[in-house]
Design a protein around this ligand. Structure first.
Ligand code: HEM
Length: 233
């Protein structure tokens, strides 16, 4: 079932009976498939709650203002490296390689080697780095395409998230949420196809909603804002 209406998306995402598609649990230790069986993202029920809590605790120890300042200094670096480096991690290649197969589960021996190289960081930190990688780069890239150097970066980012969501689909068992369509539901967003950074706060669903929204929206926004500020400077 494909969901394109905002109210239906909110209902599905708020209902714990709608779980993410399960991942295999029997993969050899230290592989990408094994990692996917360890993280909150693909777990449900009590395992999800416990793993999510550990990620939230780690995120709570990382000040978004510090990430913003770090990202500002990285404005001359490739967008794809910014989130990893803002978190103070230098293994940008390993993060990129592991992240490429993280959502799909498709990764060969190189992805497995990348996961093993990252293991000393611990599962919560690896989760943060892999979740951050493509989504944050996608947000920055989409915002740069709209950048006018004048609009406050927060407004630019907020409307970019609504209008050009870098994560376009969220899946639950048997259900696919078309985030891009939901964010342009005409019953919720007036004149939805117009890119208007002056809208103020909107109930876009780009960071998810309900049972398992992105726990790092403040961190992601801080990194993106810092990078844009650095570019403007
Ligand atoms: C610093 C950057 C980021 C970090 C550390 C991060 C971290 C995470 C984590 C750990 C989860 C899993 C939550 C759980 O299992 O309960 C998650 C989920 C999610 N993230 Fe992020 N994220 C980042 C950036 C972003 C960005 C830029 C977007 C969107 C543009 C995004 C959208 C989402 C969404 C939609 C989910 C929920 C997926 C679902 O409902 O199945 N994240 N994020």
């Amino acid at each position: 079932m494909l969901i394109t209406r905002h109210a239906e998306a909110v209902a599905v995402l708020s209902d714990s009976r709608h779980v993410p598609p399960p991942v295999p649990q029997d993969a050899p230790d230290g592989t990408l498939a094994w990692l996917r069986a360890q993280v909150s993202r693909f777990a449900s029920g009590p395992a999800h709650a416990a793993r999510r809590r550990r990620v939230e605790e780690l995120l709570a120890s990382i000040d978004p203002a510090g990430l913003r300042a770090a990202a500002r200094e990285l404005a001359g670096e490739p967008v794809a490296t910014v989130s990893t480096r803002a978190f103070g991690v230098s293994q940008v290649e390993a993060v990129a390689t592991a992240a490429a197969g993280y959502l799909s589960g498709e990764g060969g021996p190189e992805a497995d080697a990348a996961v093993r190289a990252l293991l000393p960081l611990g599962i919560p930190m690896i989760t943060i780095l892999l979740q951050a990688h493509a989504a944050t780069a996608g947000l920055i890239t989409a915002a740069l395409a709209r950048e006018d150097g004048i609009t406050p970066v927060e407004d630019l980012l907020h409307e970019t998230l609504r209008h050009d969501p870098p994560v376009r689909v969220t899946r639950r068992d048997g259900v696919e949420i078309d985030v891009a369509a939901v964010n342009r539901d005409p019953g919720v967003f007036p004149d939805p196809d117009r890119f208007d950074p002056g809208r103020g706060a909107t109930p876009h669903l780009t960071f998810g909603h309900g049972v398992r929204p992105c726990p790092a929206s403040a961190h992601a926004l801080a990194i993106a804002a810092g990078y844009l500020e650095g570019r403007r400077a």
